[in-house]
Design a protein around this ligand. Sequence first.
Ligand SMILES: [Zn+2]
Ligand SMILES: [Zn+2]
Length: 344
Amino acid sequence: MKGAVLKEIEKLEIEEVELPEPKENEILIKVKSCAICGTDIKVFHYGHKHIVFPRITGHEVSGIVEKVGKNIKEFKEGDRVAVAPAIPCGKCYYCRKGQQTMCDNLKAIGYHYDGGFAEYMLVPEIAVLNGCVNKIPANLSFELACLAEPLACVINGQILSRIETGDIVLIIGAGPIGILHSLLAKINGAGKIIIADISEGRIKESEFTGCYLIDMNKKDIYDEVKRITDGHMADRVIVAVGSKQAQELSLKLVAKRGSINFFGGLPKESPYIQFDSNLLHYGEFFVVGTHGSTPLHNKIAIELLSSGRIELEKIITHKLPLERIKEGYQIVENKKGLKVLILP
Ligand SMILES: [Zn+2]
Ligand SMILES: [Zn+2]
């Protein structure tokens, strides 16, 4: 089969690799769609502590079951599925508490195991056992289904942000994740939804959401949020970029008793920010972080996509064959589009 193999940092090559053979509790999937995630670009440039080269990356995957191991009863050849890439162990303290994103032994497809930038992908036993494979309803395309993974992470984030009916939600960062947040916030009953970004192009691409938009190059975000919220500021702030400035800024944009979610991580070599803790002390707001999603969040995401209540067609801006994956990376890196799908 053909696969996009990351041989070492910044060396990605399309190669003929051996077709994996599923063992008794494994599933082999013919990949139909795998979306490029911002973290794929990060991994391309900097590697990752859990990746041993050579590795096939790609973790936003949907496809058709090609072959199942002899013990697999729930799935059969021809089933349409999406795969939740983060694999909890199911046994540790956090897994037993139902907080699987915090699993002490978390593994991930595209990191510990080969991912979806290939014609076929093997789903390991532990992923099958922990419910990472979800069937896709007939009305849902493979292209939308592979976006269940980023949507699942956003679902996790908004549960942690405790969005309530009528809340004013401010999202900093108008990339695909920021837009997903705005669409989900609408379903979750948010009152006003505001998206802010420093890129004019990103702001233009967000127009379809119908949210309040703030082009931070042209307008002062503090003044704008104050104006839109009648001076109360935003009940829920979601920082959907990995930016120190945005995180620091969010402390001044949140309403009293509101919440801030640091959804985007900072580079590991410089993770410190200036934190005026008196703002927190007097404002009694909450600061939470989010990373990843559980198999259940992925299942909810599939159901939500299938219901048609969240429309993600507009965030898919490019579809490319596997051979053109490097071009896809460029598009994502240069922010020339929103979601780029690889259709192997
Ligand atoms: Zn992702
Ligand atoms: Zn665990």
